[in-house]
Design a binder for this molecule. Structure first.
Ligand SMILES: NC(=O)c1ccc[n+]([C@@H]2O[C@H](COP(=O)([O-])OP(=O)(O)OC[C@H]3O[C@@H](n4cnc5c(N)ncnc54)[C@H](OP(=O)(O)O)[C@@H]3O)[C@@H](O)[C@H]2O)c1
Length: 229
């Protein structure tokens, strides 16, 4: 039986990822900041990704019971500058957004690496967005022009870089690390503007979390296929 951890699993896409991984027969730790938010059938794990002690404790809890982690989905994020133009955005917007979606991801992944190595075939999925694409943003068109956010988009570009660096180093341990874009989903993060459901957004993450041996690593994709960096 595979052991999974999803951060930010109390609502939105993370909640759906946790439910769907449970449907694949995995033991799912739902990283939440309020235990009552954990979806049915999952194990609530108090995990504010910005809280060092909570991160350490999460690794200890999983390690003591199972000694390994097969799937890590770094889903928790905030968008600290929704509706703020790049020129209006402050270092404060950047700090708040990076704290969860960049430093939080590194804190959790770093703490889990020994358990991921112990799996022998772990999968790490980082939830990113096509807004992170420098190629699409420099083209100045479409959704990347419409949703031009300095903090959120650049935090996800950093996350993409982090994905590739982890992928390269951890490939030798059989760990596949990929970044996925769930598409524009109607969740709290987007003010419920998206056309896709959280469940639809979760599907691509679940696909990358359940890759077989020899699957890709260091990729950036959506349900429709690869995205340009
Ligand atoms: N929705 C979209 O269209 C879309 C598009 C592209 C990418 N994404 C990405 O997909 C992921 C999920 O987005 P979503 O739309 O489901 O967002 P959401 O509905 O706003 O949910 C965000 C989740 O992150 C958690 N979170 C926030 N700060 C946290 C912290 N410090 N520690 C632990 N958890 C924390 C929240 O937990 P609390 O309930 O405790 O606040 C919540 O569970 C994010 O990485 C997002 O950037 C979303």
């Amino acid at each position: 039986m595979k052991i999974a951890l999803v951060t930010g699993a109390g609502r939105g896409i993370g909640r759906e990822i946790a439910r769907q991984l449970g449907g694949h027969g995995m033991v799912v730790f739902a990283g939440v900041r309020d235990e009552s938010q954990a979806p049915e059938g999952t194990r609530p794990l108090l995990l504010d990704v910005t809280d060092e002690a909570a991160v350490t404790n999460a690794a200890k809890t999983v390690g003591e019971e199972f000694g390994r982690l097969d799937v890590l989905v770094n889903n928790a994020a905030i968008c600290g500058d929704l509706g703020v133009t790049p020129a209006e955005a402050t270092a404060g917007h950047m700090r708040a957004t990076y704290e969860v979606g960049v430093f939080g991801v590194v804190a959790v992944t770093h703490a889990m690496i020994p358990l991921l190595r112990a799996s022998g075939g772990a999968r790490v999925v980082n939830m990113t967005t096509r807004l992170a694409s420098l190629a699409l943003t420099s083209a100045g068109e479409g959704i990347n022009a419409e949703w031009a956010m300095l903090a959120y988009n650049s935090a996800k570009s950093a996350l993409n870089a982090i994905t590739v660096l982890y992928a390269n180093e951890l490939a030798g341990s059989g760990i596949l690390v990929n970044a996925v874009d769930p598409g524009h989903c109607a969740t709290d993060l987007t003010g419920h503007t998206g056309t896709r459901t959280a469940a639809q957004g979760a599907a691509v993450a679940v696909r990358m979390a359940t890759l077989g041996t020899g699957g890709p690593t260091g990729t950036f994709s959506s349900e429709e296929g690869p995205l340009p960096w």
